[in-house]
Design a protein around this ligand. Structure first.
Ligand SMILES: C[S@@+](CC[C@H](N)C(=O)[O-])C[C@H]1O[C@@H](n2cnc3c(N)ncnc32)[C@H](O)[C@@H]1O
Length: 267
């Protein structure tokens, strides 16, 4: 038992040293995130089982919505294309991170189609399911641009070459990929953009990082702007932000596989 955890500890140290050698700044920025997990606690939310109807109501769109079926089709297409290219897809397959599940993909698609945002910022790309959903929905709208901030998994270098694999060249005209952690890249991007219509958080799901991103983007969010925040139940970041900011609409949405929750807020 002791020997086993010692090995796990050694593996973590080796992974950290490799990450440090590749990018010392990003590796050092990870330390406070790791330490902050000690003060995290899971949150018991009251889940909005009818979240899709309520999300559409918050966006002023009718429900049932034919667009939800298009999003489901897109998710299956992404799964098939990645499979065809010999890549994995699903929970914990991009190192310890997961590809977006179907429910989050529907929420992203329908929010873009109904909100018609000009400026979308997301954090966390991995293979790029949510990026693809935003970009294809924007193409349908004929407007908008997506800025995606992403630090390719620093501890599992083998998956880095898969970053953005779900986003074909034909979808990239409206896309700017910004490499680096949100801690480093988000403040300067927000200063440059001035305003955000839609924000999708799907990067490092610590309370500290989620709260940092929501606080920063919250100050730049357009009136009636939307944030979609993945993986909110394992820490208190989303709930504390919502309590402090009291957004006009707040929804707690279950993933289709029942493994996680994501939040929707509209200011
Ligand atoms: C959950 S995955 C993203 C899933 C993706 N949105 C999708 O649709 O499948 C998290 C991604 O965020 C990246 N990441 C981790 N820490 C980050 C940070 N501090 N800032 C930005 N990206 C980060 C991970 O390497 C990974 O690419």
């Amino acid at each position: 038992m002791t020997r086993h955890s010692g090995n796990a500890g050694e593996r973590r140290v080796r992974r950290f040293l490799r990450a440090f050698a590749a990018d010392p700044v990003e590796a050092l920025l990870y330390i406070p995130e790791e330490l902050s997990k000690k003060s995290e606690h899971p949150v018991e939310y009251r889940v909005d089982e009818d979240w899709e109807a309520r999300l559409h109501s918050a966006l002023g769109a009718p429900w049932p919505c034919p667009e939800a079926a298009r999003a489901a089709e897109l998710w299956s297409t992404v799964a098939e294309e990645l499979h065809r290219d010999g890549l994995a897809f699903g929970r914990h397959t991009y190192g310890f991170y997961s590809d977006a599940d179907q429910a989050l993909t529907r929420a992203v698609w329908c929010t873009v189609v109904h909100l018609r945002p000009e400026v979308v910022v997301e954090t966390g790309v991995a293979r790029g399911t949510t990026s693809r959903a935003v970009l294809e929905a924007m193409e349908r709208n004929g407007c908008g641009h997506l800025w995606s901030i992403d630090l390719p998994n620093p501890f599992e270098r083998g998956v880095q070459r898969q970053t953005g694999a779900a986003v074909p060249e034909s979808c990239r005209a409206r896309w700017t990929y910004v490499e680096g952690s949100s801690r480093r890249r988000l403040p300067q991007l927000l200063r440059r953009l001035g305003r955000v219509d839609l924000f999708v958080h799907d990067s490092l799901h610590t309370a500290r990082n989620t709260r940092f991103e929501m606080d920063r983007v919250g100050r730049a969010l357009a009136p009636h702007g939307v944030m979609l925040v993945d993986d909110i139940s394992t820490h208190q970041g989303f709930s504390e932000w919502a309590r402090a900011e009291a957004p006009a609409a707040e929804l707690i949405c279950p993933s289709d596989d029942g493994e996680g929750l994501f939040g929707f807020v509209r200011t």
